[in-house]
Design a protein around this ligand. Structure first.
Ligand code: ATP
Ligand code: MG
Length: 870
């Protein structure tokens, strides 16, 4: 049972709102989820505790704690332990989020809605956040009120909780509630005459209830300067054993179990009553915790280092060997606090393996990083084998979560170890990894060099799986460089060897490269090969290979302009990667999906996908090229500023990657923007070399795109008879109507519009109208100018039909701002995401509010779900 604090000040509105949500769950039989945000000490926990007690609904809660790396599935495990049954079984068995939510559904009370509380999700691990994401998407089948508290000032743009909020932004049953600071009157009420100058207290504390209550409880004559001083003044008044008990409690983030605290505090444990009576500790479930985490941290930080280490050591000693076993993340935390390197080296890797099993790869990487850090500081304590294993595991978990630079650094250190010990097999295999990672860093030179070195070194040893992977890596590099014959021959070598060795995983990898290479040269059998590799990977639970198969299918279909198939595969693949915490591929595929949306003429979705990738600071360079190009084109076609910085960075990244499949689309995009800006002279230089390369390597779509954009700029190229994709070839040979029909068939309205414009005056008008409908105002203006010069009259002008069509008359840009606003972003954050100045965003936001007829962001966000057209 949670303790209900004293009466709450200024929270009746929030309590009523929560009560309304609970009533709605009861009424509709469908769940709701409320994210309760507020700064540390704003009173989120106090509000939720109060609500839960007052509502009398059956409630279960779990919390995340600020460990070095959080417990994998921490809050979910708490709740599972309370609910038991099938849910607990599924959690223990490491079921996927989808399975867990299904099990949870079967276990909710049937006589009325339950309340599930997830506290402090800003500290939650990846697996818990994923669970919440699935909960948010399945509320219609989960008749519960799910409350998740988080510190909204601690989740910056790149914080996973922001991503989660963004992903759930369009779910109608997912809502937000902010716990605001107290007003001057509220502070006065809380002080209840205990201070003479409530306004000084209000000013000092900025109305933060925790700070206010701490100052009041400290009862000093003078008001302390900081909340920490107020906490420590209170601690100082607890003399003797009661103080010792507080100190012992302070080394446990979150709550601590009685058996554990008793072991650590010794005789001082008898002072529990006094500590509870003082209000510094509060009961929590079967254990206790500090009334507030800020107080705990203040006390822990004030401990003399030796005392602190001793307490952590005592905690560790009490936990080791305890049955049931304590979460290894907790052991690692205390081992580290005790400064016990040997124990860190035991428990952090254990916690890392456990996190990896539960698909919390980010936490796994953090645990291996902790172990590595301590091992590096005390090399004498670490065997070469252990060091190698830590580097290996750290590198792999970082690779899975797109922390490519860290992965690269660990592989380099690992290479150093292998060179020292003369381990040729290890060296060859590590070089193969370095090659792969260098590719992610868009460093083709290193990628090629290390790939060749790996084949050379491993080729001199007895053939094994490492050599087969080195072959397959070569195949992959050739494939990425659009060298289909090269890719096919290397993947054959890989496949033969892997089959001899019975290495299914490598067979799958090689099949994947071969399939992609076939598709590259336009042979659709490649898709079948890839589908087979995908099915084998899914069946064998080979997550990484499944992700690669999705990626290569999605990218190839997009490149071949098979947009419906691309959409289907990319949606599936992105979902799969999100479910399995495979960020690198999720972001890379999201970039490709932005291109697919662009080609389909859906600029809003394209821009949203671009924003997802570009605003993620961990997105690797190759993942950024496509979305930077696409967003540049969207801006330019709409006639908005901001295209060039994006196209410049796309070109810089593409040049480093030095692959045709990156360079050519960037060049085509830049050429198009030159045209739109009336700078046709620049087109030839931008595209010349790349056109030759596309023709040489037989990339008919990119060749076609470059030829057409050059033709529009007045460059006279010979049109080759083969090697140019059909719709482009039709345009180049003057069969514009057929070209328009071909583009229509492919579902590409923008290209269709231009073909119509070039066809006949009567069709041209339709083409211009189509461009306006798409929101491509700048393109429509350019086309109109050209047509007027050619003497065509009666061209459609005026407001873009899109603006008129939007239910609230929002412009495409305003609709995009609304989508970001609905994610709960501030104007400054929106500015950063949309690549606009903050003033411009302020301006757009007021326009959005005005047009929606609402006066605050929250109502606007609530309405966003309806207007986003989902
Ligand atoms: N509305 C209120 N009226 C009176 N006291 C309050 C109110 N809200 C919070 N408090 C006091 O402030 C303390 C801190 O609040 P609480 O622990 O709920 O903060 P929190 O928002 O959960 O912070 P954190 O992010 O650190 O978890 C509570 O213990 C309670 O005593
Ligand atoms: Mg709290």
């Amino acid at each position: 049972m949670t303790a209900v604090g004293p009466r709450l000040v200024e929270r009746s509105a929030q309590l009523a709102e929560l009560a309304d949500h609970l009533a709605a769950v009861r009424r509709d039989g469908a769940g709701r989820m409320v994210f309760v945000g507020g700064e540390a000490g704003a009173g989120k926990t106090a509000l939720l505790d109060h609500f839960v007690t007052a509502s009398r609904a059956p409630a279960t809660s779990g919390r995340a704690e600020p460990f070095h790396a959080p417990r994998a599935l921490g809050a979910v495990l708490d709740i599972a332990a309370q609910l038991g049954g099938r849910f607990e079984e599924q959690v223990a068995a490491g079921g996927s989020s989808v399975d867990l939510v299904a099990a949870l559904t079967t276990q909710l009370p049937t006589d009325g809605p339950a309340v599930l509380v997830f506290e402090d999700v800003h500290w939650a691990d990846e697996a818990t956040l994923d669970f919440l994401r699935v909960v948010g998407r399945r509320l219609h089948r989960l008749p519960a009120l799910v409350l998740a508290s988080y510190r909204d000032d601690e989740v910056g743009r790149a914080h996973p909780v922001r991503t989660l909020l963004g992903e759930l932004a369009t779910e109608r049953a997912v809502l937000r509630l902010t716990v605001p600071a107290l007003s001057l009157a509220g502070v006065g009420e809380l002080a209840g005459g205990a201070v003479t100058d409530a306004s000084a207290l209000h000013e000092l504390t900025a109305g933060n209830p925790f700070f206010v209550s701490e100052v009041l409880a400290a009862g000093e004559q003078t008001v302390p300067d900081t909340v920490r001083d107020a906490v420590l003044a209170r601690r100082a008044r607890m003399s003797g054993p009661a103080g010792e008990l507080l100190d012992a409690t302070a080394v446990f983030p979150g709550r601590v179990e009685p058996w554990l605290l008793e072991r650590v505090a010794g005789p001082a444990y008898a002072e529990m009553e006094a500590c509870l009576a003082s209000g510094m500790l509060v009961p929590d479930g079967e254990g206790v915790r500090f009334r507030h985490e800020i107080a705990r941290v203040s006390v822990e930080e004030s401990l003399p280092p030796a005392t602190r280490a001793r307490l952590h050591a005592a905690a560790l000693a009490a936990m080791v060997g305890h049955a049931p076993a304590v979460d290894p993340a907790r052991l690692a935390h205390h081992a580290d606090g005790a400064g016990d390197t040997a124990a860190v080296l035991t428990y952090a890797p254990m916690a890392g393996e456990r996190a990896a099993e539960l698909r919390a790869h980010r936490e796994a990487a953090d645990q291996f990083a902790l172990a590595l850090d301590r091992a590096t500081a005390a090399p004498e304590a670490v065997s070469g084998d252990l060091m190698a294993r830590l580097l290996e595991r750290h590198a792999y978990e970082c690779y899975l979560t797109d922390r490519i630079d860290e992965a690269f650094a660990s592989r380099q250190r690992l290479l150093g170890l292998h060179l020292q010990t003369g381990d040729r097999l290890g060296e060859g295999d590590t070089r193969r990894w370095l090659s792969r990672l260098a590719w992610f860093r868009a460093d083709r030179e290193t990628a090629e060099r290390e790939a060749e070195a790996a084949v050379r070194i491993l080729g001199g040893l007895a053939p094994g799986r490492e050599l087969a992977m080195a072959y397959s890596n070569m195949a992959q590099l050739r494939m990425l460089a659009h060298d289909a014959p090269g890719a096919l021959s290397w993947s054959d070598r890989a496949r033969c060897l892997a089959e001899d060795l019975g290495e299914t995983e490598i067979v799958v990898h090689a099949q994947n490269n071969a399939g992609t290479a076939e598709l590259l040269v336009g042979r659709l059998d490649g898709a079948e090969l890839l589908e087979r590799s995908l099915a084998a990977a899914l069946e064998g639970g080979l997550e990484e290979h499944a992700a690669r198969a999705f990626t290569n299918l999605g990218a190839s279909f997009t490149e071949l302009h098979l947009l419906d198939r691309a959409a289907e595969v990319l949606d599936r693949g992105i979902d799969y990667c999100r479910d399995h915490d495979l960020d690198s591929w999720r972001l890379y595929m999201t970039g490709w999906r932005s291109r697919m949306h662009l080609d389909r003429g859906d600029y809003q979705r394209a821009a949203a996908d671009c924003a997802t990738v570009l605003t993620n600071p961990r997105a690797a360079l190759p993942s950024r090229i496509q979305p930077a190009t696409v967003l540049g084109l969207v801006h330019a076609r709409r006639g908005e500023p901001g295209a060039w910085p994006l196209l410049d960075s796309a070109r810089a990244h593409a040049r480093r990657a030095d692959e045709l499949q990156r360079l050519a689309p960037v060049a085509a995009a830049r050429a198009e923007v030159f045209l739109l800006e009336g700078r046709s002279d620049e087109v030839a230089a931008e595209t010349g070399d790349l056109l030759a390369a596309c023709l040489e390597l037989g990339d008919s779509w990119l060749a076609g795109a470059l030829l057409v954009v050059r033709r529009r700029a007045g460059v006279e190229d010979d049109v080759p008879e083969t090697g140019v994709a059909a719709p482009y070839l039709l345009e180049l040979t003057g069969r514009f109507e057929d070209a328009a029909a071909a583009w229509e068939e492919l579902g590409q309205p923008y290209e269709r519009a231009w073909a119509l414009i070039d066809a006949r005056p009567d069709l041209a008008r339709g083409g211009v109208a189509l461009l306006r409908e798409l929101g491509a105002g700048a393109a429509a203006d350019l086309a109109s100018r050209e047509l007027r010069d050619r003497g065509v009259r009666g061209l459609p002008r005026g407001p873009r039909p899109r603006t008129v069509d939007h239910p609230y008359g929002l412009t495409p840009r305003e609709a995009e701002i609304l989508a970001l606003l609905a994610e709960g972003l501030s104007n400054a954050e929106i500015a950063a995401r949309a690549f606009l100045s903050q003033r411009t965003v302020d301006h757009h936001v007021s326009a959005v509010l005005r047009k929606l007829g609402v006066d605050n962001r929250r109502d606007a966000a609530a309405r966003a779900a309806d207007t986003l057209g989902r």
